[in-house]
Design a protein around this ligand. Sequence first.
Ligand SMILES: [Zn+2]
Length: 320
Amino acid sequence: MLLKTPMRKQPVVVAVRFQFKDKKMSKNEKNIYFGAQKLDRASHLREREAELKEMQASNDCKYIPVYNGNHIYMNRHGSIYRRSNPFECEATCFLGFVGDQMWYSCPLNEEQAEKLEKEVGKQFSSIRRYALKLNDDLAHIALYSRGLDLWQRNRLFCPKCGTKNTLDWTGHRLLCENNHEQFPHIEPAIIVLVTHGNKCLLGRKPEWPSYAYSTLAGFVEPGETIEEAVKREVEEESNIRVHNVDYYGSQPWPFPAALMLAFTAEAENEDIKTNDEMEDVQWFTRKQLNEMLKEGYVTIAPRYTVAHNLIVEWLEEQDA
Ligand SMILES: [Zn+2]
């Protein structure tokens, strides 16, 4: 089957993230970026604030300021800004231990954030810009801090009675004036590498960067299993029906609140029809995709995404 000509005028030189030999892509260890590494969340301590305070006195504490889910990246250190003394903020949020270090996330308001930016001489920015420059533990901690912060900021009022929420349990529970409890909200989404013989199915959305193709994805709906969501989303976006849906792994994705559940699946048909959500969906053989990546006709999702793991692992396999 002939591949459709990609929708572009001329090839451009782009930063193709070609990481086949990267240790992160080892087949036996999936090493999905942002996955938990050494952080022990010690969740039992969240309710024991007095005990936690005592422990602070005898442990090395790291406080990370966060504003609108963003952190301050310190490029000279390849790290996000943190310090050993707390920030003035509504609630210091306990994230957990790395060894005997206690890690905290400190949600700042606009005024506090502007003040800190002036002090440090750098601005808060999204982890997408520097994810690959952080070590694994710090990337995980930053993403955790981001997810918690975005949830807190989006829930200033109780969804049941509309009264103001207050942070509790060192940032992990919200309580309104009528004592309605709320816990961090996560939105499950599926992402799937569909194959048919020696080909895989990739698509692009109109709002994505030029030349970017990725695996199909979508949110799980109420009352739906994740396997059903895989079948429905793939058929909606491409007209392809799938079976042998196999779980691959998961990735926290707080942009703003998703949890990506990754799968592989096999196609039953090849005739693609896209819906309005997709600008293009195509079948790619390994040879075609490798060549198009090298020539800069196509880019795939950045290495910090689980979509990258799915596509690169498939490219590393041999054609049958
Ligand atoms: Zn309430």
